[in-house]
Design a protein. Structure first.
Length: 262
């Protein structure tokens, strides 16, 4: 199960954090992986890690192929230029993990228009631009898997973040986008799902500089009593990217240690 050999996958924001884990996990299942980020040098380090892991893997029929591109998801010219090169190189795209995102804390009453626009532009418009171009490529083969990374703080489930109105609005938009894309793209053989991670141990989580007492209070309400690790979200990505997820589309899978159940 979950064999991705022969599939071509593109991950955005893949130089670190969860994006890196998604790239590693997809490669481990046999996919050819295209790692993109706004810092391509660090993507190359992830590619080296994949190559090192793959060279130690003796499973038959494995074709190692990993490449890196600089791509700002909020810039359509950048997105099209990278996709042109990917299609030229691989001739197809099967899997997209729309992962790139930013979190910048600003109290609602002080939130400026520029701060609002920056978050919406990267988190929401970025996922739209990349998903639309990916879907156009996938439609040519009548096959695709698009995984949009949202958040547990996407609205509708009772989790807000003080200082994150712009962020939660962007993530709520991603779930709405996912549901409508799933309907429109189903006839084209493309399944579209979202993942809503809970509190995951990544550089972004560190950068929020959330006071320890606040994080402790959150984790006290999480049944598994700890933050999640990136590879635990990557496992959900692998499932949604696989043939085995053939009857799953338009869904949001929360990987949250039970937070929403508590
Ligand atoms: P990280 O900050 O560790 O990784 C995100 C990556 O995206 C970084 O390398 C970042 O680069 C890159 N990026 C930022 N802006 C752009 C852009 N315009 N174009 C391309 N790449 C860009 O975050 P996480 O791994 O924690 O988060 C991954 C996803 O998961 C995000 O969408 C996030 O919102 C979501 N998420 C995270 C949670 C958590 O607890 N960590 C919880 C719920 C959702 P740079 O560092 O230079 O900005």
């Amino acid at each position: 199960m979950f064999n991705l050999q022969g599939r071509v996958a593109l991950v955005t924001g893949g130089r670190r954090g969860m994006g890196k884990a998604h790239a590693l996990a997809l490669a481990k299942q046999g996919a050819k992986v295209v790692i993109t980020d706004i810092n391509v040098n660090e993507c190359e380090l992830v590619a080296d890690e994949i190559r090192a892991a793959e060279s130690a893997d003796s499973r038959p029929g494995r074709e190692l192929d990993v490449s890196c591109f600089n791509m700002d998801v909020s810039n359509k010219v950048d997105v099209d230029a990278v996709f042109d090169q990917v299609v030229e190189k691989y001739g197809r795209l099967d899997i997209l993990v729309n992962n790139a995102g930013i979190y910048e804390s600003h109290p609602f009453l002080e939130l400026t228009e520029e701060q609002w626009d920056r978050t919406i532009s990267i988190n929401l418009k970025g996922e739209f631009l990349v998903a639309q171009r990916a879907a156009k490529e996938m439609a040519k083969n009548k096959y695709g898997r698009i995984i949009n990374i949202a958040s547990i703080a996407s609205g509708g489930v009772g989790v807000g973040i003080a200082g994150g109105a712009h962020y939660t609005a962007s993530k709520g938009g991603i779930i709405a986008l996912t549901e409508t894309m799933a309907i429109e793209l189903a006839p084209l053989g493309i399944n579209v799902n979202a993942i809503g991670p809970g509190a995951i141990n990544t550089p972004m989580a560190d950068a929020t500089k959330m006071p320890k007492e606040y994080m402790d209070a959150i984790l006290a309400g999480v049944p598994l009593k700890r933050m999640g690790e990136s590879n635990e979200v990557a496992a959900a990505v692998v499932f949604l990217a696989s043939e085995e997820a053939s009857y799953v589309t338009g869904a949001t899978l929360y990987v949250d240690g039970g937070w929403l159940a508590a």
